[in-house]
Design a protein around this ligand. Structure first.
Ligand code: GTP
Ligand code: SPV
Ligand code: MN
Length: 583
C-alpha cells in the first residue's frame, strides 16, 4: 500500500468516528491560507488588524476557559503506568480510547474535517519527520501553516520514510470537563479534544515534537528537547551554536532573538529555533540540532522594542495574535509593550478595558509568525544536517538561591543539574503561577515516558558524544529584597553567553564552588553596563542554606523514580551535599 493510501485509511477511520460533513485535504499553499483567513474573518474567528501597521495580521480570541496548556488533562497512555512514570498523568490505552472515543463520536457533525499533512524539520533532512493532523478548527489549520511545513513537502518526505504520526483533533464543546490531550507513544498516536489552544491543539508542537518524539528518541538514540537553538557570532565571524532549555514563558524566544549589547564589539546572535530542538550525534561524534518548527508561537506580554526588537520586527506582518488587547485603530496591544494602554482599548475578552485589576492582554497571549520573517534568522536554520552544539544551557525562573550563571563539572554533573532544576511556574499552563516545582530539563510537562529512563538516556547520550557540549545553568530572574530583578536581562544576557563561549574554549575565569564553576564578578564582561557592584556580587553568590534545602527537594523528587533513577544521579546528589556541608 502506498503511504498516501495509508494516510487515507487513517483519515477514513477518523471520519467514521467524528462524522464530518466534508473532508478537505490541505495543500499548504498561500491561496489556501488566504481563503481560510477569509472564512475566519467572515465568521468572526479572526479580526483583521491595521493593514498599514500590521499587514496580513489578525487577532483571535480563544474561549475564556481555553487559554493555556492544561497539564492536568494531558495523559501519556503507555501499556503500563510505570512506563509513563510518576511525573505524567496516565491512563491505559484501552481505557483512554473507550472513554474519549465517546467524545469524538459525531464531534465533527455539520463541520469540515481538515487533513493537514505536515513536516517537522527542514526539507530533505534525514532527521525530519511527518505528522498528519485532522482537525475541525480552521484556526488550528492556519497556525499549522505558520508553524510547520504543510502539504507537498510532507507527502514527499513520507514517500521516502514510510512513517507518520497521526493526530486526531476536535474542538468538541471546549469544556474542560470533556477535554483530553492523549498520547499513545507505543503506537505513535495523538488524540486531542476539547481545546483549540496552542500546545493542546497544534499537535505538531508539544504533542508530537516533544512527547511522542522524546519517546522515539529514547528508542532510537537521539533527543527531543524543549530548547531554543542560537548561534553566537564573535568578532572573527566564527559562530558557536548553543541550545538552551528553559521552562515555558521563561525566556527562550527572547534569548534566541536577542539584540546583543556587545554588538559594537562584534558579538551578535543568530536565531535557529526558539522552542524545540531535535538533537542527533553525527559521524564525527558531535551533537547536532535541528529546529523541527517553521514558526514561532511566542509569548506577547513583555515583548517590546526595548526587550525584543527582533521579535517586534518579526511579528508586524503575516502574524496571528491570540488573546492580546485591541486598540481603537486595530493594532494589537499587551502589557510590557512599552506604551500606556491607549484610550478606547478593548481587552482580550472583547470588553472595554477599564484600568481595574485585570490585564488587557491575557498573560499567556501569543503571536504566531513564520520563522523566516525573523531578521536575524541564521543562514543555517534549515540546514538538513543541523548545527553543531557546543554548549547546553539550563535556565529557569528563580527569584532566590540560583546564581546568574555557573558551569557543571562534567556531563554527568550537568545531567544532575538539569534533572534537579527547580522552576517557578508561569501562565503558559493553567494553575498557580510562581510556585517552585522541579522541572527537569524544562521537560516536566513534555516527556513522553518515565523520566527516570529519560535521565538514563541523557547519561548514555553523553557517553556516545565524542565532543561533549559543556553544560551550564543560568538564571536571569534573581530578585533583591524589594522584589526587583537584580539582572537587567534581555540584550545584556550576551555577557553571560560570552563567558560561556570562553569556557567552551577552555578559557574564562571561574571559581570552584559546591554547585559548579562560578565566575567572579570580574570575569564577566560588564563594560559599559550599568549594574551596581553589590548586585553583581549577590547575583554570583552561593546561598548555602538555600542550596541545602534544594538538595532536600531534589532528594524527594528523585525518590519518586525508585530504582529507575540512575545511580549516577544519586552519586552527584551526595557529592553536592558533601561539598555544601564542607563550606
Ligand atoms: P514558551 O514559548 O512558553 O516555551 O516560552 P519562552 O521560554 O520562549 O519564553 P519567552 O522568551 O517568551 O519569555 C517569557 C517572558 O519572560 C516574557 O514576558 C519575557 O519578556 C520575559 N523574559 C524573557 N527574557 C527575560 C530576561 O532576560 N529577563 C527578564 N526579567 N524577563 C525576561
Ligand atoms: C509552552 O507552553 O512551552 C509553549 C506554548 O511553547 S504551547 O505551544 O502552548 O505549548
Ligand atoms: Mn515552549
Amino acid at each position: 500500500m502506498s503511504m498516501k493510501s495509508e494516510v487515507e485509511q487513517w483519515v477514513d477511520e477518523s471520519a467514521r468516528l467524528t462524522k464530518p460533513d466534508r473532508i478537505y485535504w490541505c495543500t499548504g499553499s498561500a491561496e489556501e491560507y488566504a481563503s481560510f483567513i477569509g472564512s475566519m474573518l467572515k465568521d468572526g474567528t479572526l479580526i483583521a488588524l491595521n493593514e498599514k501597521t500590521y499587514p496580513g495580521c489578525y487577532l483571535h480570541r480563544s474561549h475564556p476557559n481555553d487559554v493555556a496548556r492544561t497539564e492536568n488533562l494531558t495523559f501519556i497512555c503507555t501499556k503500563t503506568k510505570d512506563d509513563a512514570g510518576p511525573t505524567n498523568n496516565w491512563m491505559s490505552p484501552k481505557e483512554a480510547k473507550e472513554k474519549v472515543s465517546k467524545l469524538f463520536n459525531d464531534s465533527m457533525k455539520g463541520r469540515t474535517m481538515y487533513v493537514i499533512p505536515y513536516l517537522m524539520g527542514p526539507v530533505g533532512s534525514p532527521f525530519s519527520k511527518v505528522g498528519v493532523e485532522v482537525t475541525d478548527s480552521l484556526y488550528v489549520v492556519a497556525n499549522m501553516h505558520l508553524m510547520t511545513r504543510v502539504g507537498e513537502a510532507a507527502m514527499e518526505h513520507l514517500e521516502k520514510t514510510h512513517e507518520f504520526v497521526p493526530g486526531l483533533h476536535s474542538l468538541g464543546d471546549l469544556s474542560p470537563e470533556r477535554r483530553f490531550i492523549l498520547h499513545f507513544p507505543e503506537e505513535k498516536l495523538i488524540w486531542s479534544i476539547g481545546s483549540g489552544y496552542g500546545g493542546n491543539a497544534l499537535l505538531g508542537k508539544k504533542c508530537f515534537a516533544l512527547r511522542i518524539a522524546s519517546f522515539m528518541a529514547h528508542q532510537q538514540g537521539w533527543m527531543a528537547e524543549h530548547m531554543l537553538i542560537l548561534g553566537l557570532q564573535e568578532p572573527t565571524g566564527h559562530v558557536t551554536y548553543m541550545a538552551a532549555a528553559f521552562p515555558s514563558a521563561s525566556g527562550k524566544t527572547n534569548l534566541a532573538m536577542m539584540v546583543s549589547t556587545l554588538e559594537h564589539e562584534g558579538y551578535k546572535i543568530l536565531t535557529v529555533g526558539d522552542d524545540i530542538a531535535w538533537l542527533h550525534i553525527d559521524e564525527e561524534g558531535r551533537l547536532r540540532a535541528i529546529n523541527p518548527e517553521a514558526g514561532f508561537f511566542g509569548v506577547a506580554p513583555g515583548t517590546s522594542v526595548k526587550t525584543n526588537p527582533i521579535a517586534m520586527r518579526t511579528i508586524n506582518h503575516n502574524t496571528i495574535f491570540t488573546n492580546v488587547a485591541l486598540t481603537p485603530d486595530h493594532q494589537p496591544w499587551w502589557e510590557g509593550m512599552g506604551s500606556f494602554p491607549p484610550q478606547g482599548l478593548t481587552d482580550w475578552l472583547g470588553r472595554p478595558y477599564a484600568e481595574s485589576a485585570e490585564k488587557a492582554a491575557h498573560p499567556n497571549s501569543r503571536f504566531t509568525a513564520p520563522a523566516k520573517q525573523c531578521p536575524i534568522i541564521s543562514p543555517h536554520w534549515e540546514d538538513p544536517k543541523g548545527v553543531p552544539i557546543s554548549a547546553i544551557i539550563f535556565g529557569s525562573r528563580r527569584s532566590a538561591v540560583v546564581p546568574l550563571v555557573f558551569q557543571a563539572y562534567s556531563w554527568q554533573h550537568g545531567v544532575f543539574m538539569g534533572a534537579g532544576m527547580g522552576a517557578e511556574t508561569t501562565a503558559a499552563a493553567t494553575g498557580a503561577v510562581g510556585v517552585v516545582r522541579r522541572d527537569p530539563m524544562a521537560m516536566l510537562p513534555f516527556c513522553g515516558y518515565n523520566m527516570g529512563d529519560y535521565f538514563r538516556h541523557w547519561l548514555e547520550m553523553g557517553g556516545r558524544i565524542r565532543k561533549q557540549p559543556k553544560i551550564f545553568r543560568v538564571n536571569w530572574f534573581r530578585k533583591d529584597k524589594d522584589g526587583k530583578f537584580l539582572w537587567p536581562g534581555y540584550g545584556e544576557n550576551i555577557r553571560v553567553l560570552k563567558w560561556i563561549l570562553e569556557r567552551v574554549r577552555g578559557g574564562g575565569e571561574a571559581g570552584e564552588t559546591p554547585i559548579g564553576f562560578v565566575p567572579s564578578p570580574a570575569s564577566l564582561d560588564t563594560g559599559g553596563m550599568s549594574i551596581a557592584p553589590e548586585a553583581l556580587k549577590e547575583l554570583l553568590s552561593i546561598d548555602k542554606e538555600g542550596w541545602l534545602k534544594g538538595t532536600d527537594n531534589i532528594e524527594e523528587a528523585f525518590g519518586q523514580f525508585g530504582d529507575r533513577l540512575p545511580g549516577e544521579l544519586w552519586e552527584e546528589h551526595k557529592n553536592m551535599r558533601q561539598r555544601l556541608e564542607k563550606t
